[in-house]
Design a binder for this molecule. Structure first.
Ligand code: ZN
Length: 139
């Protein structure tokens, strides 16, 4: 049994995660996580629809989290990890934890792909998964 960390954040197709965002049908702006309405001030229609985002992108920035976050952020077997900003194309940038990188060997412009990995085990929900970005080619 497994569950995803937040409803509507991503969906699983087998083992493959797909990020779920929203797209404005008028101005084509894409939002992730899902937005209830278009935030483009120049957009008049603001009608949104569900959008499945690309699963591959380019790492454009990152930071390494070396201190354990407050207990609100739940994670088993905590150890320092990296958070990256990934360009998924069309100006869409998404933040997510990085997986499969050496923390001292992360390179900007690395091609990455979306993966789903366990975040913690929950008595009621089972293994709770989150999405992460891993190198397209394992180091
Ligand atoms: Zn719009």
């Amino acid at each position: 049994m497994s569950a995803i960390v937040a409803d509507g954040l991503f969906a699983l197709h087998g083992d493959e995660p797909r990020l779920i965002g929203t797209r404005c049908t008028a101005c084509d702006t894409v939002y992730f996580p899902q937005a209830p309405s278009c935030r483009n001030p120049d957009c008049r229609e603001k009608t949104i629809e569900r959008a499945v985002l690309p699963t591959r992108g380019i790492l454009v920035s990152y930071t390494v989290q070396r201190y354990q976050p407050p207990s609100l952020f739940r994670i088993d077997d905590w150890q320092p990890y990296a958070i990256g900003l990934v360009d998924l194309g069309d100006g869409l940038e998404v933040m997510g934890m990085l997986s499969g990188f050496a923390l001292d060997g992360i390179a900007i412009r690395t091609p990455v792909r979306l993966v789903a990995e366990p975040l913690y085990a929950d008595a009621e929900r089972g293994l709770v998964l989150t999405y992460k970005f891993a190198p397209e080619i394992e180091p």
